[in-house]
Design a protein around this ligand. Structure first.
Ligand code: PPS
Length: 287
């Protein structure tokens, strides 16, 4: 039987971090004091973070697309990657990416939190290609989906257990400073979700998209095809033989990867972990 391969991580306290991450920055990130004008984009990895980073960036730049030659993570930074000082010194209306669970995310009742959830099946597949492709972070180039699935279902991946994340945040789904969206609804109705994000951010943003040219530009430049171009805007370089960071952008790609037994095991875990919570009915889960 083929020996299973596991991704490598930095083991730091209770966390697994990608190998390129600094544990010091991670710790500093957790100490950040959220400010009234901060908006956090919160996701479990691979659930629509970059897409949302680009939407909020365009909303705050009059519908201009993020320029080629720059990296969005310097302007909408990842808190646990860069640490709190980097974020503190941004201009005052900050947009901040985080993959932290509810309990660890810096909280201020006047800050805003946009949470994007994605069904765990597609999330696992996307996370697999991510882990395989960022060789310097995970040393998992030879790993198979079956190898990764075991790590994912056991919560033994960076940022921990998918369900801890989802269930912690879904309890705050209806808080007035939380906008809870799903990747699938963004795919189905991108326009409606961009309008919801603008409304949530406030009048200044809503006024922008009342200009049809701005709204059209955001719709066009944040769609999958546009974001697939010039991908150095979103992430560091990946080897040419690996899938690109903006990979497929599909709902249901999991069906081409999961075995029957994997489907049953993740469905079972989904039912057990979400029963009695609002996460229970977010997606149709296979039997
Ligand atoms: S990360 O590394 O956690 O920040 O990744 P994240 O950005 O959350 O997720 C990456 C997946 O989102 C898809 N994506 C998009 N789908 C549809 N439309 C747009 N505009 C878009 N932008 C990013 C991206 O392709 C990854 O999903 P998969 O399934 O791997 O394609």
């Amino acid at each position: 039987m083929k020996q299973s391969i596991k991704p490598s991580y930095i083991l730091h306290k209770n966390f697994r971090l990608p190998m390129g991450f600094s544990p010091e920055n991670f710790d500093y990130g957790l100490t950040y004091q959220a400010q009234a004008r901060d908006t956090f984009i919160v996701t479990y990895p691979k659930c629509g973070t970059t897409w949302t980073q680009h939407i909020v960036w365009m909303l705050s730049h009059d519908g201009k697309p993020f320029p080629v030659g720059k990296n969005i993570n310097l302007e909408v930074p990842h808190l646990e990657e860069v640490g709190s000082d980097f974020v503190k010194y941004l201009s005052e209306t900050r947009f901040i990416k985080t993959h932290l669970t509810y309990d660890l995310t810096p909280y201020n009742p006047d800050s805003k939190y946009i949470y994007i959830a994605r069904n765990p099946f597609d999330c696992a597949v996307s996370f697999y290609y991510h882990t395989k492709g960022f060789i310097k972070h995970y040393d998992f180039a030879e790993g198979t989906f079956d190898d990764f699935f075991e790590c994912f279902i056991n919560g033994e991946v960076d940022w921990g257990d998918y369900f801890d994340h989802l269930v912690g945040w879904v309890q705050h789904k209806n808080d007035k400073n939380v906008l809870f969206l799903t990747y699938e609804s963004m795919k189905n109705n991108q326009k409606e979700n961009i309008i919801a994000i603008a409304k949530f951010l406030g009048d200044r943003y809503l006024e922008k998209i009342e200009n049809p040219q701005i709204l059209e530009s955001i719709l066009y430049h944040t769609n999958f095809t546009s974001m697939s171009k010039n991908q150095s805007r979103w992430s560091s370089q990946r080897p040419a033989n690996m899938t690109p960071f903006i990979r497929k952008g599909k709902v249901g790609d999991w069906k081409a990867h999961f075995s029957l037994s994997q489907t049953q095991r993740l469905s079972e875990k989904f039912r057990i972990r979400t029963v009695g919570t609002e996460a229970e009915n977010l997606w149709e889960i296979p039997e």
